[in-house]
Design a protein around this ligand. Structure first.
Ligand code: SER
Length: 318
């Protein structure tokens, strides 16, 4: 039986991962860690314990780990790429000092740790198409710098201290539940909200800019399956390329137009986000994840579009 702490449980990934983990391991075995001002609400608040856990405060992490006898930590605290460019010191503090706190607590209390990496861990000199699992990682963003450093630090703790660290490099994640805040791939979420609300979408990313994307149910499954994987089969740890779809704004627009034919999109390119997107891969090669722990996505662009439109329509049209 697992006793899990989620750090960052009210964010874009945490809010859904917490509910999914509770459905598998039981509500009382999954502690929702949050920072003041981002308290859990609704189902998340009612379905299990919640505690204040600021990742920059090692003592708070240690206290909660001891109180609930935690054996697995999902570390989802981070600033997304565009915000991190505006607040680089804070991005480093959360992404690296926070991770170091988490790894130290994990070492002392024998916990496994999941810390997501990202397509943003690659820079412009990595192969763009079919980006290999093991290749040059020289990102030009603070977000990417914290992700590569986090991968290295997590691997170091595994090799040196035997801490069971594992992770995946997430693509842009698309969901109808909790919106992302300040990422480069956010447009691929916002576009569905505009379409369903009957609004014209102003796209901040240029036509022809390809990035890896994934529907949230596949991402949640990846986070759980990697932590459940047979460790003797893992040749890599931090962090596995995973992929399911890659598209540019034109392709996602056309996929939505099949269901909402009068949907309109115009471009107003955001220089910061475009610069970041241009430095990232077009499409990762996820062969190692498939071979080492059986990774396989379930959603493609069309099935994701159908589900997003159905779920958001229910919410906005009653
Ligand atoms: N979704 C993230 C971002 O755009 C990428 O991992 O910042």
């Amino acid at each position: 039986m697992k006793n899990i702490l989620i750090i960052g449980s009210t964010g874009q990934i945490g809010s859904e991962l917490a509910m999914k983990l509770r459905s598998i391991y039981g509500g009382s075995n999954v502690v929702a860690g949050y920072i003041p001002g981002a308290e859990p609400k609704g189902e998340l608040a009612e379905s299990g314990p919640a505690e204040v856990v600021d990742i920059t405060n090692a003592q708070q992490i240690a206290d909660v780990v001891k109180k609930y006898n935690v054996d697995t930590i999902y570390n989802l605290a981070a600033l997304l790429s565009a915000v991190a460019e505006n607040k680089p010191m804070l991005a480093w503090h959360i992404g690296i000092n926070g991770l170091l706190n988490t790894l130290e607590v994990a070492r002392e209390n024998k916990c496994a740790v999941f810390t997501p990496s990202s397509i943003g861990s690659f820079g412009p000199n990595a192969p763009k198409d079919g980006t290999p699992q093991d290749t040059i990682q020289q990102p030009r963003t603070m977000y990417g710098v914290t992700k590569v450093s986090g991968e290295l630090l997590s691997n170091y703790y595994a090799l040196k201290f035997g801490v069971d660290t594992r992770s995946v490099r997430f693509p842009g994640l698309i969901s109808y539940v909790t919106p992302p805040g300040g990422g480069t791939t956010d447009y691929a979420v916002d576009i569905y909200y505009s379409a369903v609300k009957g609004e014209k979408f102003v796209c901040p990313i240029k036509a022809g800019t390809f990035m890896d994307m994934m529907y949230m149910p596949d991402a949640l499954r990846a986070a759980i399956e990697i932590m459940e994987a047979d460790p003797t089969k893992l040749q890599h740890r931090n962090s596995f390329n995973i992929a399911s779809m890659s598209f540019d704004p034109e392709i996602i627009y056309e996929s939505i137009q099949k269901y909402i034919p009068d949907f309109e999109m115009v471009y107003e390119v955001d220089a910061l986000r475009q610069g970041i997107a241009d430095s990232w891969p077009n499409r990762l090669d996820d062969t190692c994840a498939r071979m080492e722990w059986g990774w396989k996505p379930e959603y493609d662009l069309d099935s994701m579009t159908r589900d997003m439109i159905e779920k958001l329509s229910k919410r906005f049209k009653g």
